[in-house]
Design a protein around this ligand. Structure first.
Ligand code: SF4
Length: 460
């Protein structure tokens, strides 16, 4: 780069910082987490804002801070309460990590969010962007906070054609963003950069005519603002067909439906849901093709039996989707009837897999199939009691029950990896009021609300 080019770039950087800051002071939105310099509030807001729009976050932020006003309150709360407060916001590992990190802050820093780069980085769920945001916004430290929005603005303004999906580009952007921070103004400057990306330099239609830095924007001057930033496409989420059971209780469980708790770790860990299982397409069918109704009911019936749930599918109720970053579940939901005379224990305890396994292992020796009914319902004795559902019994049991035979079976003991961990969680019979006590992923929250609305005559 020639000396003149270097000088021009320096001027361009100074212009950017000065005009952006002036614009921010006049135009910034009044957001609840901007009314204080409370590092805990800023931290919570930054975690909530990941992958989520500001409008969506605001009511969640208010509720969360009201329920957990301090780091200690969050650290000491039951995880179930934290997940309930996060319910509907998605990416639930954010909530779990936040609580884990609050415990770190309570134990290691006396409940005060640390003002130190290494310490902030060591908190669970805090990456370079969030660390930069906390340190700069709350403590005014000159740390860059570079996310996708900021990379878009910088790519356009400085006409950078580096692929922002690549790690080295982020590092380059962080270096550039750090250089741009005016002395003593890290807090406002970083927020200004984020605000410009959110309000003006938007992904599809940047509002260049109202942009405070348009005059020196190299991307705009070259007419390529809409083709920047360069970003290689992420792999699209993989579709997965699943069959879900909306099991309506009878007798003692009338008016209730069965929910189960997800495994202790992994996707949507420890949240509650309707039981559901993968439904691979029939042989020869296109991947992702929906199973025919009879085949779907048959498969669902098998899955219920295998999971030790005494229920029979009756009709297709509705389809629903749940999208994760890497996978899309399409759930075909079937109404199922609890089998008469074969009640599941209620209420069942919500202990985790470890407790379940210990109790189930002790009980499994007494387990037998004697008395299995001729219509295929397992009477797997519930001497497992409050620990959870009846144990997985393997493919042999599945075929025996479905051919109406009654044959004594060897019971599979819980060899790791042989059972579906999703079939091992606790279950509950719940009515509408009980929903307030459990945290559900959005899709199940909607399904359950829909179901109870219909039952209560609020909806056709
Ligand atoms: S002029 Fe347009 S492209 Fe350049 S920073 Fe402003 S909004 Fe973005």
């Amino acid at each position: 780069m020639t000396q003149q080019e270097q000088q021009e770039q320096q001027e361009s950087k100074l212009f950017f910082s000065r005009h952006l800051l002036e614009w921010y002071h006049q135009q910034k939105r009044d957001l609840p987490w901007r009314r204080h310099r409370n590092p805990y509030y800023i931290w919570v807001s930054e975690i909530m804002l990941q992958q989520t729009r500001v409008d969506t976050v605001i009511p969640y932020f208010h509720r969360f801070i009201e329920r957990f006003p301090t780091v200690e309150a969050l650290a000491d709360a039951p995880e179930e309460d934290v997940l309930k407060c996060w319910e509907g916001l998605g990416y639930y590992s954010r909530a779990r990590n936040l609580q884990h990190a609050a415990r770190q802050v309570k134990e290691q820093y006396g409940g005060n969010v640390p003002n130190d780069r290494d310490a902030v980085f060591s908190l669970k769920g805090v990456g370079p962007y969030t660390a930069g945001a906390i340190l700069s916004i709350a403590f005014n430290r000159p740390e860059p906070a570079v996310d996708g929005n900021v990379m878009r603005v910088l790519s356009r303004y400085f006409l950078m054609e580096d692929d922002i999906a690549k790690g080295p580009t982020r590092i380059k952007m962080e270096r550039l963003a750090a250089e741009l921070i005016p002395e003593g103004s890290a807090s406002h400057f970083n927020q200004a950069l984020m605000e410009l990306g959110a309000l003006v330099c938007t992904p599809k239609s940047p509002r260049c005519l109202t942009c405070p830095v348009m005059e020196h924007c190299a991307g705009r001057l070259a007419g390529c603002e809409t083709s920047l930033p360069v970003k290689t496409k992420a792999k699209p989420p993989r579709p997965e067909e699943r069959l879900a059971a909306l099991i309506e209780g009878r007798g003692a469980h009338a008016g209730r439906v069965l929910i189960r708790q997800r495994p202790m770790s992994g996707l949507l860990a420890r949240m509650w849901e309707l039981p559901h299982w993968p439904a691979p397409p029939a042989e020869g069918a296109a991947p992702g093709a929906r199973l025919a109704d009879a085949a779907a009911q048959d498969r669902l019936r098998r899955s219920l039996v295998k999971a030790g749930i005494s229920a029979r599918p009756s009709e297709h109720w509705m389809a629903a989707e749940h999208t994760f970053s890497h996978i899309i579940w399409t759930l075909q939901v079937y109404r199922c009837r609890e089998e008469e005379g074969l009640p599941l224990p209620m209420p069942l305890a919500a202990e985790g897999l470890a407790v379940y396994r210990a109790e189930a292992a002790a009980a499994v020796t007494a387990y037998s199939l004697e008395g299995a009914s001729a219509n295929g319902a397992g009477t797997a004795s519930s001497d497992i009691g409050e620990a959870g559902m009846t144990p997985s019994r393997g493919a042999d049991l599945e075929s025996v029950l479905l051919t109406d035979s009654i044959v004594p079976l060897e019971v599979e003991v819980f060899a790791d990896g042989t059972e579906n961990p999703e079939d091992m969680g606790a279950v509950r019979w719940i009515n509408r009021e009980d929903m307030a006590r459990y945290a559900f992923p959005n899709v199940f929250l909607k399904l359950l609300n829909s179901y109870f609305d219909v039952q209560e005559g609020r909806k056709e």
